[in-house]
Design a protein around this ligand. Structure first.
Ligand code: PLP
Length: 448
């Protein structure tokens, strides 16, 4: 066991030790009733002081994770069954990080958020784009990791989903369609659909849309919103490299279109280089959120529209919801300011990588588009077989998203998306993958 991934995180040592023990339990290395190593052994193993281990164990006792018995030692308590486990199914249909924020971290961030929220003017009816202080914290955090931005460049929104909807809505009267890959994120398809914008597929390879094909399509449609996910495309999982990004940005600028850049999986990026927002700022609506990099419990999202569209995005945000709940915004900012968001990132990436390896091994997969870890994996299959497998999997206790919900254009979707970080622990993921491996073999036998 190691608290290494929390290194440089700014999180207190005892909290890091507590997190490492919680992770070890989540990964099945300690089960209910198991005795933990002595404080001295844990201190040696994690290279921390015995005092830090004692504080960590006290914290975990208070949270009901372990119980200490005088003269006998510390034991793992029976945990409430994670979602799905009690019902006996494994859910690989929804992309969400496992619960990596500990109860102690929630308490710490909530305390700060409550303190700040109680000081907000007008009982909390503040600027509906987020207060300047909240926006500054969020813009700075994203700016340092993805694309430089200032507080006034962004609007805080209810999840990336609202960000996408606001972007398409702002473009509704200046574009004729939304263009994206033949398999795309159902939420984006829904957002375009409700605004009456047709969604058209563009030919792609394993790095994203093909620039020539996009140029031809834009020439046919006239101005369009091109919905692009530079990192870990949903559902196909690939990352678009810098050269392709530059080519696509050039095509969109030449043809007078706009880019809606969905960077929600940006924290998994392995390729360097500027994002679309950096390449064609005046034509790019940048959207992201903390749902995939921290937790969807807050649903704190961000839109950074081109400057010329800021007023229209603000007007719509005001009309739709007068901003997101101020307490949510404070909680998101507090997660950043306490260092918790930074502490979770390396843990999440390490977890995703371990789960990717597990998936590769159990399903016997070859090269992966995101070798450094990804929250979802694409399993290419004949379209009919993919749809049937999703149905049969659900009867066998495994939930998979129906490929048809991701379809754009006439071609049925040829594959299954496996949300490998979704199960609360690796044990559940393994169970789900084994069900899928069995179904794949049975399926082959039937085909033969
Ligand atoms: C590519 C993509 N964009 C946006 C979203 C929506 O995220 P949020 O929960 O922040 O609304 C998701 C969620 O699954 C997604 O996969």
């Amino acid at each position: 066991m190691s608290s290494q991934s929390d290194e440089l995180s700014g999180v207190a040592v005892h909290e890091r030790v507590a997190n490492a023990v919680v992770r070890a339990i989540a990964e099945g290395r300690y089960r209910a009733g198991d005795k933990l190593p002595t404080h001295r052994a844990l201190a040696r193993e994690m290279s921390v002081s015995i005092g830090s281990v004692t504080r960590a164990i006290d914290t975990l006792s208070a949270r009901g994770v372990v119980s200490s018995e005088v003269g006998r030692g510390t034991f793992v308590r029976q945990q409430a069954a994670p979602p799905g486990e009690a019902q006996g199914f494994v859910d690989l249909s929804i992309n969400a990080p496992p619960p990596l924020v500990s109860a102690g971290q929630w308490a710490e961030a909530s305390a700060l958020a409550n303190e700040r929220a109680l000081l907000l003017p007008n009982g909390g009816y503040v600027d509906f784009t987020g207060t300047p202080a909240q926006r500054a914290v969020v813009a700075n955090w994203i700016g340092q990791r993805r694309s430089p931005m200032a507080a006034d460049d962004i609007v805080l929104v209810n999840g990336a989903q609202q960000g996408l909807h606001l972007a398409f809505a702002a473009l509704k009267d200046v574009v004729r369609a939304v263009i994206t890959e033949g398999a795309s994120f159902p939420g984006a398809i829904a957002a375009a659909g409700i605004l009456g914008l047709p969604v058209l597929p563009v030919a792609r390879d394993d790095e994203g849309p093909l620039p020539d094909a996009l140029a031809r399509l834009l020439a046919e449609t006239g101005p369009a919103a091109v919905y692009l996910t530079p990192v870990c495309q949903n559902p196909m999982g690939y990352e678009t490299g810098p050269a392709r990004r530059a080519e696509l940005a050039r095509v969109v600028a030449d043809k007078g279109g706009y880019i809606v850049e969905d960077d929600i999986y940006g924290i998994y990026s392995t390729k360097p280089g500027p994002l679309y927002r950096d390449l064609v700022a005046e034509r790019t609506f940048f959207v992201t959120s903390f749902s995939k990099s921290l937790t969807p419990l807050i649903r704190l999202g961000v839109i950074a529209p081109p400057a010329a569209f800021m007023a229209s995005v603000r007007r719509r945000m005001r009309a739709e919801s007068w901003g997101l709940p101020p307490l949510t915004a404070e909680l998101g900012a507090a997660m950043i300011e306490t260092g918790i968001a930074d502490a979770v990132l390396p843990v999440l990436r390490t977890e995703a990588l371990a789960r990717l390896e597990m998936t590769r091994t159990i399903l016997g997969l070859g090269a992966m588009p995101m070798p450094a870890g990804a929250p979802h994996v694409w399993l290419p299959l004949d379209p009919l077989r993919a749809e049937q497998l999703a149905r049969r999997a659900s009867e066998a206790g495994l939930r998979l998203g129906a490929p048809s919900t991701m379809q754009v254009g006439p071609e049925p979707v040829g594959g299954l998306r496996l949300c490998i970080v979704a199960p609360p622990n690796r044990r559940q993921l393994e169970r789900g993958l084994r069900i899928l491996a069995r179904l794949l073999v049975e399926d082959e036998e039937v085909l033969v």
